[in-house]
Write a protein that binds this ligand. Structure first.
Ligand SMILES: O=C(O)CCC(=O)C(=O)O
Ligand SMILES: [Fe+2]
Length: 277
């Protein structure tokens, strides 16, 4: 199977061909509606937000340091990956540049309502920065069954996704069913023989392109060049049932009261989202 690439399709066509059946797709130019397109670059971030900082593995990095790191990164000595800024919290100045967040395709998105902006639902709008050789640390499913949208604004990233239904071949970790034990960059077929039958789909997402990863799709990524991407999540009628189950099971770990409160809150949010459809 190959990843499909589309340009300028209607929202309705996206829903029918990709969203409803849950098929990943690359939009070649959906980001044309964002001012960020063609603007974001290492130099632009150095000049405008050089002193902003973020944390990775207990260490604080400034934007300037990050851009130097990713521009000097290579396969043998990669910059830490991913380096992340939470956009609403750490770089709210960027919000007008990524508006409309939906790119006019990721709708409806109940996470954009004020209701879901309170509390933590496994979702975030984030700036991802990486350098050559930077690998996402594991093959995984996104928590809470959210759909992920990743827009590449600078540089090229290589993604790997698996068709739905290959869980058995991917060895989810016994203590975390959302992560795979398989190192897809260097699979150990003795330890994970069934992985031989898995059918990874590899492809590159370049500047201006957007990848839609439907919930339940195993995926991972690595940076081929210095890269800057924006990632956000989507929730609506399609994934809300699974989402609510996850809210229950994740919040249950924090106690029964917490689970009851959070589940009720999320359930109401979904009811309201559904009414506005
Ligand atoms: O590195 C990437 O762009 C993939 C990120 C991702 O899959 C995640 O944050 O869940
Ligand atoms: Fe992910």
């Amino acid at each position: 199977m190959e990843i499909q690439r589309v340009d300028d399709i209607s929202h309705q066509e996206f829903m029918t061909r990709f969203y409803e059946p849950g098929i990943p797709v690359v939009f070649k130019n959906a980001s044309k509606v964002w001012k960020a397109k063609g603007l974001f670059s290492p130099d632009w971030f150095r000049e405008n937000y050089g002193e902003k900082t973020t944390e990775k593995n207990g260490q604080i990095y400034s934007m300037k340091e990050i851009m130097d790191l990713v521009e000097n990164s290579n396969e043998n000595n990669p910059a830490p990956y991913p380096l992340i800024f939470n956009i609403p919290n750490q770089l709210p100045e960027l919000l007008p540049l990524i508006d409309p967040l939906s790119l006019n395709y990721a709708r409806p998105n109940w996470l954009e309502s004020k209701w879901f902006k309170k509390g933590y639902w496994g979702s975030a709008t984030e700036l991802f920065i990486g350098g050559p050789g930077g690998k996402f640390p594991y093959l995984h499913l996104d928590y809470y069954h959210l759909n992920a949208w990743i827009t590449q604004l600078y540089g090229e990233k290589r993604f790997t996704v698996f068709p739905r239904g290959q869980e058995d071949l991917l060895y989810p970790k016994p203590d975390d069913q959302w992560r795979s034990e398989v190192n897809i960059f260097e699979p150990n077929y003795e330890k994970h023989p069934k992985y031989k039958e898995a059918t990874p789909i590899h492809f590159t997402v370049g500047p201006g392109e957007t990848l839609f990863i439907p919930f339940g799709t195993w995926h991972s990524a690595y940076s081929l060049t210095p890269t800057i991407s924006v990632a956000f999540d989507q929730l609506n009628y399609k994934n809300s049932k699974d989402f609510l189950k996850d809210v229950w099971s994740f919040k249950r770990r924090e106690g029964l009261m917490k689970a009851v409160t959070m589940y009720s809150y999320a359930w109401l949010g979904c009811q309201m989202g559904d009414m506005l459809k």
